[in-house]
Design a protein around this ligand. Structure first.
Ligand code: 6CS
Ligand code: FE
Length: 308
């Protein structure tokens, strides 16, 4: 495995032995020089300010149904039962997440090249983009456990070697997202502050963190301060709604004790100018099903016009 040079300067030190002050973000949120795209200027300004942007009623019902069918097929596939890409809930054993769905499902792979998706990612990141990670978080009814407050970038920096927060996630609701069934909560504006986390990364940490993250989470004081200053937003919307959110925004979700699953497809785009080096704060790289190392820029698969 080729080792890439690890830059000496680390602007975002984390997984430290003791708490240190939060670090102001140095990089832009919406990067200059990007192609024009489907996001309206006012929405782009809002994304820059808040760190997230919802696009409601975006995919057609038939498209969402096809993706739901794909997830059901993968969830029930006996060949995937012991596949490391399938992460199960600690207590119930229900499927919590399925990673690398873009390699397991042709309809998901096609979505990556859909101009309604790819052009938004390029517009935000200001460059060509590649796929860093895809996953379905199933949040099954009654047993779906939540995700404690975290910054995705903190993990991708510490454990995957992502240099800067020049990445964006799209969360697509495959089922209706309600306030009460684990709808994603975000602290608007928190994307402009990097919160270093306390605690060294254990070997093979992802096996635990993807089920319940305890290392790489901000301290309560920092969460309280940011939530007090900025409030808490929540993404809700019917199946087919999408949420774009910055790699460094603090977000989390509560347990789902309702009968209604909150099943969302997440795809993460990284700029080709921000490709992974070596982990900044972990003993070894994570496997490629959680952190792709094929940096080939994504190409459009269809000249479909944007409806949203
Ligand atoms: O470690 C990761 O890459 C994953 N962990 C969380 C809690 N969100 C982002 C990503 O799916
Ligand atoms: Fe996350």
């Amino acid at each position: 495995m080729a080792m890439t040079a690890r830059p000496t300067a680390d602007r975002y030190p984390t997984r430290l032995p003791h708490a240190v002050d939060p670090v102001p973000r140095a990089e832009p949120v919406v990067w200059p020089g990007g192609p024009r795209g489907p996001i309206a200027p006012a929405d782009l300004r809002s994304y820059d300010r808040k760190g997230h942007l919802a696009v409601r009623g975006w995919l057609r019902e038939a498209e969402v149904a096809s993706l739901r069918d794909e997830v059901a097929r993968l969830t029930d596939d006996p060949a995937l039962r012991s596949d490391p890409r399938v992460v199960r809930e600690k207590r119930s054993g229900a499927v919590r997440s399925i990673f690398q769905v873009h390699r397991l499902s042709p309809p998901v792979a096609e979505l990556l090249g859909d101009p309604r998706v790819l052009d938004r990612a390029r517009q935000i990141l200001g460059s060509e983009v590649y796929l860093h990670q895809s996953r379905v978080n199933c949040m099954p009814g009654f047993t779906g456990k939540g995700f404690y407050w975290h910054s995705d970038f903190e993990t991708w920096h510490a454990e995957d070697g992502m240099p800067a927060p020049r990445a964006v996630s799209m969360s697509l609701a495959l089922r209706d997202n309600f306030p009460f069934n684990g709808g994603l909560m975000l602290i608007p504006g928190s994307h402009r502050t990097f919160v270093p986390c306390v605690g060294e990364t254990p070997a093979g940490h992802y096996r635990e963190s993807l089920r319940e993250q305890q290392i790489g989470v901000p301290g309560e004081a920092e969460i309280r301060s940011l939530a007090t200053d900025h409030g808490i937003d929540q993404f809700t919307g019917p199946a087919g709604s999408a949420l774009w959110f910055d790699a460094n925004i603090l977000h989390g979700s509560a347990d789902n004790i309702t009968p209604f699953p909150r099943s969302n497809l997440f795809v993460v785009f990284n700029s080709v100018e921000n490709t992974l080096t070596e982990p900044f704060a972990a003993p070894a790289r994570r496997p490629e099903h959680v952190a792709e190392r094929d940096f080939t820029p994504l190409r459009r698969t269809d000249q479909r016009n944007d409806r949203g």
